[in-house]
Design a protein around this ligand. Structure first.
Ligand code: ZN
Length: 158
């Protein structure tokens, strides 16, 4: 379990967040982000849901960006998606990320209407291309964090 998850309980103090050896700053969970990270801790990707206008959205907020309602809830993502855009990283920002390079990051468009930015992984000889079907999985990245990623060509799509 990563340092981030272990320190989630104490909201009074920021927690140090690293991407490998790169210090990113102090992270303080807030009412609009805590539910997301609690979901990630149990391998569940949650999107915000607005009951007033029946829409999902991400990044998470405390007010609906469409109708300004505050009647928001968390709903599990379907786990399905397709590649919307991507970039292959050949020059990673730190030595830690170099362990996984080259790797791909990008936006996955989900049936919920969310464009989710994450690591995109290709398996089984598949190639990451725009509109490629992708399936949600949780993977431990080279930073030691277990995070939601989308997989193209994985067993779940066959
Ligand atoms: Zn709304």
């Amino acid at each position: 379990m990563s340092e981030v998850k272990a320190e989630m309980a104490d909201w009074a103090e920021g927690q140090k967040v690293y991407a490998g050896e790169l210090f990113l700053g102090l992270y303080q969970p807030s009412p609009e982000t805590a539910g997301f990270w609690q979901g990630v801790a149990r391998d569940e990707l949650l999107f915000k849901w607005c009951a007033a206008c029946a829409r999902h959205y991400h990044p998470r907020r405390i007010i609906c960006p469409q109708c300004s309602s505050t009647k928001l809830d968390w709903k599990p993502a379907s786990g399905k998606g397709k590649v919307y855009s991507f970039s292959e990283v050949h020059r990673p920002p730190t030595k830690t990320f170099a362990k996984g390079a080259p790797y791909t990051v990008g936006l996955v468009e989900t049936p919920e209407g969310v464009h989710y930015f994450c690591r995109i992984v290709a398996e089984g000889g598949a190639k990451i291309v725009v509109d490629a079907p992708a399936q949600l999985e949780f993977r431990e990245l080279e930073t030691g964090q277990r995070l939601p990623v989308f997989v193209v060509g994985g067993a779940a799509l066959k």
